[in-house]
Design a protein around this ligand. Sequence first.
Ligand code: NAP
Ligand code: HSE
Length: 428
Amino acid sequence: MSETVGVSLLGAGNIGAGVIAALSAGASRYAARVGRPIEVRRVLVRDTARVRAGLAPHQIVGRLEDVLGDPGTQIVIEIMGGEHPAREAIEAALRSGRHVVTANKEVMAKAGGELLQIAADHGVRLLYEASVGGGIPVIGPLSRDLLANEVSAITAIINGTTNYMLTAMTQQGADYADVLAEAQRLGYAEPDPTADVEGIDAAYKIAVLCGLAFNVEIRPDEVARQGITSITARDIAYAERLGYVIKLLASARLISGAVAATVQPTLVGANEPLAKVDGVLNAVQFEGDLVGRVLFEGPGAGPGPTSSSILADVLDVAQDVVTGRRPLAFVPRRRLRVALPAEHEARYYLRIAVQDQPGVLARIAAVLGEQQISIASVIQFDRATADGTAELVFTTHQASGGALQTAVAAIRAMDVVREVGNVLPMAG
Ligand code: NAP
Ligand code: HSE
């Protein structure tokens, strides 16, 4: 019997360096908890010549075979990121009988069901706590603590970059472009921020959560997605005057046999707990039939928080290695119909620039009325501009997405309408 539990890493970048440092700092505690020391065996990187803190040259390798050919490796931690070759590496590790811990939301969103089935077929575990919400426990609670519940809804802020940017726009009254430049300067936003600001990262994460919460397979490209690039300082200011803040919410719920999943900038009531989740923090709220509403909040990224989740999975599976415990059988996921945005229902905020002349408001109200959309409020916050443009802000009662799409198309075509600005859902 081996004297240690052997762990190898695929990747030693931002997160990998944090994992290596934490494994070293917590070595005696982890050994006591698992019953054997955790030993770092091999670390796969692209640049094998670079000196890496906490690693000896013989531990650094450049080929996956050097990891999988090591008989002392029982657990593989995948933290290289991206879809390929991470997906193939995870699959090869599982097929070779290794347990795998991953932080990779893209792979878990696109191929999670398939990989979990491969893990079950090979009697090993695939754990992915760090793939959603960084250091916040969400996968663990969904897999265990909330298991007795019928989860009906997930509402989450699961992208720290966009939450930082929207918070800065709210607190400083700054415009999108200025805030993005500042976020890039501080290292919160990537040089290419597309995955974050277009909601792609959040779509991966909500797809992963749907798999666990509803046992439903949903592809990330089936998530109705709108990023934050069109949000202006004016939208933020109008929301504030209405008693709301704008957050990029990732949401999912089951509606009459279909799953509706969205990533959208949303007006959240200023007194709602999610409205107070600011900066780079993340939060995930579940609604269950037994527990009611529970909210998990904390740091959604960074080496410390992400290592916390990765190492929790490593310690959990290391205990299996020591005790010989077998993993539970994986229950294959259902394929449910994905609800179209037209089937979603919400209250809505509409910002519309019009010619400042009598009768315009009545004509827009009539279009909304024809679609059975009930207006909750209409406000012209500021005076018309010198060129005679007035900006109207409508809020509606609960309305169908399809009716709203039809009404917005008709409003956009009106001769007195200069621009239909943002149309955003409202929550709380
Ligand atoms: P990173 O800094 O870019 O590090 C990637 C590491 O993987 C590097 O060590 C790189 O090697 C290695 N690598 C990449 N492609 C490789 C290949 N084809 N062959 C061999 N090695 C390869 O990424 P990160 O920020 O640590 O993120 C890692 C994972 O954690 C991603 O899935 C990410 O989504 C997830 N995650 C990150 C955060 C966060 O806060 N950053 C939070 C939660 C989850 P070199 O060092 O030689 O370039
Ligand atoms: N780019 C992500 C975010 C962190 O901004 O939340 C990694 O999941």
